[in-house]
Design a protein around this ligand. Sequence first.
Ligand code: MLC
Ligand code: AMP
Length: 450
Amino acid sequence: MLTALEGAYGDRGDAVTVAGRTASYEELLGAAGAVAADVAGAPAFAVTATASLETVAAVVGGLLAGVPCVPLPPDAGPAEREHILRDSGAAEVGVDFARRADAPSGKAAAPGDPALILYTSGTTGPPKGVVLSGAAIAADLDALAEAWRWSADDTLVHGLPLFHVHGLVLGVLGALRTGSRLVHTGRPTPDAYAEAGGSLYFGVPTVWSRIAAEPEAASALSGARLLVSGSAALPAPVFRDLELLTGHRPVERYGMTETLITISGRAGGEVRPGTVGTPLTGIRTRIAAEPGAGIGELQLTGPTLFSGYLGRPEATAAAYTEDGWFRTGDIAAVDEKDGVHRIVGRASIDMIKSGGYRIGAGEIENALLDHPKVREAAVVGVPDADLGQRIVAYVVADGVTGAELTDFVAAHLSVHKRPREVRFVTAVPRNAMGKPQKKLLLEGRQGDRN
Ligand code: MLC
Ligand code: AMP
């Protein structure tokens, strides 16, 4: 699976750099071997997925041992950590990158075996574990290598979190499969991207928008080969500014934790702002639209799909149509002439994308309701120039400040799921069934307290 570690491209002293520390393939393999020896035989293991060589060694060690790794968000509070550890049954391991060992020779993992379990939010309830097989990951990385002409000649640069598909599957395993050098910048700041001197850059739209706002940093990327944006819609003005400053038309690609990346623009192909390109090799898509509408839910099939939600067969079954297509929950349209896909929005108001993070409104509402002073809570995603959407919580409560509630969510769930704004109201508008009328909140038709 990780061709570079199997010696396909020789060794390199600077194969992998994460947050300023560099390792060769040989060093990484030795450190990962030590992790593999520790976790061999376990059903799964967890690691606090800081942006570090340790996290890379842990994930690779899991692959060597055939034991799925559960990356824990490092900013997760106790409630979220406990949920993930309990739900996955994984014990957390510590990693010492200085240790070296050969991976234990045991039963090799079969391609369909679980390789990673990534926790991701639904519209309600706590995050679910998405089980990804080695075969799905390999199929996706090969399809992306083809689409982006991604090779061992590249230096991949990004600074994305290592507990989601974008930063971990594409951003780490992709480099180790294609043999491209990896420079992970620790944080995805414009200056760090500018200094890294890569050929291939990954970012979420928030990262690209911050780069576009710093012309000097942006122009340093003009020597790159390809800029790729994904995880949320890239705003047209950001596309335009990036093109002006870097000379590149950024390629957009579309994906989900459950499906990996399925649709993308092509290196050297025509790129239109506001579109995500065409299905990758092996992926078929369809639009479940009312007759004549041309726009509707995007559904897909292919070899990159997940194996299921861990321990939740009903949720897994509900994610598919009766005839076996995965329901993305995204609304899309396809150009009749060239098959180029456009993502128009989400089917559910309760699925928020903020800074490229997927956040379920229900999860934040439950966290707020755990606060003793909160009587009602309704959470929405409000358009935001920096984050795409920002989390706004409408709350009925007395004797507590917005900042206290923000800190409460940050400490319980995770920092990146905190509301950016808390608005106190006298009541959450509800329909006759008692369901919050979030559209009314978004339109500003709610009873403000002050
Ligand atoms: C602020 N902070 C607090 C706080 N308020 N800490 C504790 N309590 C509070 N109340 C601190 C944080 O700890 C952090 O400190 C700092 O404020 C900034 O917070 P942030 O939220 O991390 O920063 P922000 O600038 O908003 O982040 C923007 C971002 C981030 C773009 C860097 O959103 C990001 O990394 N997004 C990527 C998401 C992603 O990878 N998604 C892919 C999903 S996979 P400090 O010290 O840490 O700075 C997928 C599939 C696909 O979607 O298609 O790719
Ligand atoms: P996640 O499970 O965190 O990977 O989030 C998946 C969701 O991100 C998808 O269902 C989409 O809503 C959104 N998404 C990913 N890439 C894009 C894109 N290029 N344009 C618009 N939305 C995207």
